[in-house]
Each structure stands twice: as C-alpha cells, then as structure tokens.
Ligand binder design. Structure first.
Ligand SMILES: [Zn+2]
Length: 295
C-alpha cells in the first residue's frame, strides 16, 4: 500500500473520499470539494451572514429597513424564478479568480435579487435573496461586471433564450436538460480513466468550447433511450505537448411554437476534453451529420 496516492477529501470536515466523483463542487475553477450538502452549508454559512449584514447596513443607510414586499409565492419560488428568468446578471471576481454572481429580475412592482455561486452554468449556492422597490438599493446591488446574457458567464450554459417569456415548456425543457446533464455526467465519471485529463485542469481547455461548436471536426446525431435527440460536436487538437479531443454533447430542442418547423436549437449538456480514444469512440455514435476525419 502506498502512503501517498491521489487524495480526495472534503474541504469542510476533511473526510477522505474514495474518488474524485464523490466530491460535490460549488465553485467554478476551484478545487474546493465537499462530501455532503451539510458540509457545503457549514462551509458557506458564515458568508450568508456576511451578505445579510451588508444588506442590513445598506437598508439602514437608505432608510428602507422595514421594506415589506408582498409577493404571492415562496422565497424558494422567488429564487427559482429570478435565476431562471433573470433580467440582469452581474459578476464580481476577486484576485483568486473566485466569482460571485448577482441575478436581478424585475417584476411589475418590485425587483427580485439573488446573490450566489455558479457552478457548471447554474446557481450552486445562494448567499442572499431579497426583494426591493428601491432604485437606490438596486443601484448598490449592481456591482462588478455586467454579464451580457449572450456571453458565456460561467460555463456558457445560461439559456438566454429563456430570459423573456419563460413558459412552462421552457421550464420543462430546462428540467429535462438538468436530468440529461446528471445522467451524462454520471456516465462520464464511470467511464473516465484515471490517466485522463484531470477535472481540475478542465478550465485550461475552456477556449476549446466555442471553437468546437463553431468548427467541429465531426458532428453526430443520436437518440438516447428516452428518444431525445443529442448532437455531439467533436474537435481533435494536436498540440506540441499533448493530443486530445474536445467533446460537446448537446440536447436538441425543436421549435416549440411550430412542431413542424425545421428550426431547432441545441443546448450544451456536457463539454469536456479527453485524451482517451475509447471515450472518444463512445461519443462517435449515431448518424454523422457533418465533418470528416482528420488524420
Ligand atoms: Zn464533509
């Protein structure tokens, strides 16, 4: 038995985990991993206090400590709505490249605000949620860099098309997307070989994401067990020091307005680099709809 082998442990309780896939992550570009939701909460709760106290001070300064907004849904619904159909997103990064996002959604009579961490393109931990009618309060809330909805804020998976007219169809599709993501990720974790590109290095390959979508070497279309259509984009990179593939698996969505319409949109479900030919082959299934083999 070797004393020093790859070690994965919970950032909070230091429990040793058997493998990387047992770690839960909250932050993009971070090695902070956790053994459980409970440890995630324990770790971040002091930051919730931090944001709450700032909010309280801001409200005191503006004389709106007692601002009461009646909205006829729960706090959780508010958070879900603000995150899924936001009007504005702001991003603050520190010198360690850690990012915290502020989401704002404007309702008729008030605005909803959610401050959170984002992981894999979705909110992973909420520090603060609040509502306000005060323009000044909103002005103070808007800090950092405004994220253009089109821009790929974290992993590029903000469904910008949904920011307006978010319908039940959209909601169902988002849920489907989430489910597919968990399934694909779980499969990937099982199939990945130990010597494949480590997760912590994935951020080094971010620039491959747009390149692969724009100029893929191969594109495949296939259906999964549930009959949903996936489009897989693959680009091979031959570099001085390493060769690898970048693979993006996207879920296809037909135009909801018109079922017969040929217009389709594709939404990235999973994107990753790999140097494993077997894994690459696994994704080359279905009908090749574009591209040629690069030798
Ligand atoms: Zn733990």
């Amino acid at each position: 038995m070797k004393i020093n082998k790859p070690l994965y442990y919970c950032t909070e309780c230091k429990a040793i985990l058997p493998s990387l896939d047992k770690l839960l992550f909250v932050e993009e570009k971070s090695t902070k991993g956790f053994c459980s939701e409970a440890c995630i909460e324990d770790f971040y709760i002091p930051l919730i206090r931090h944001f709450e106290s700032i909010e309280l001070n801001m409200r005191k300064n503006l004389g709106i400590e007692e601002e009461k907004i009646n909205f006829n849904f729960s706090d959780k619904q508010l958070v879900d709505e603000v995150l899924s159909s936001f009007d504005e997103v702001w991003k603050v990064s520190n010198e360690l490249d850690e990012e915290i996002f502020t989401y704002i959604k404007h309702y008729d009579k008030f605005s909803g605000v959610v401050i959170c961490k984002v992981y894999s393109g979705e909110a992973s931990f909420v520090f603060l949620s609040t509502t306000t009618r005060s323009r000044q309060f909103l002005a103070e809330i808007r800090t950092g860099e405004k994220v253009n909805n089109k821009e790929q804020s974290a992993e590029g998976e903000f469904p910008k098309e949904f920011s307006e007219d978010f319908s039940e169809d959209d909601f169902n599709f988002m849920q489907l997307l989430e489910n597919k993501k968990s399934v694909l990720l779980a499969e990937l974790l099982v199939k990945r070989k130990d010597d494949d590109i480590p997760f912590e290095d994935f951020m080094l390959y971010e620039s491959c994401f747009p390149e692969t979508l724009e100029t893929p070497d191969e594109v495949f279309e296939s259906r999964d067990k549930e009959g949903d259509t996936f489009i897989v984009y693959i680009k091979s990179y031959i570099k001085e020091r390493e060769n690898f593939f970048y693979i993006i698996s996207c879920l296809k969505r037909k135009d909801k307005e018109n079922e017969d319409s040929p217009d389709v949109s594709v939404f990235p479900v999973l994107a990753f680099p790999t140097n494993d030919l077997d894994l690459y082959s696994e994704f080359r299934t279905g009908k090749r709809i574009a591209g040629h083999l690069n030798n």
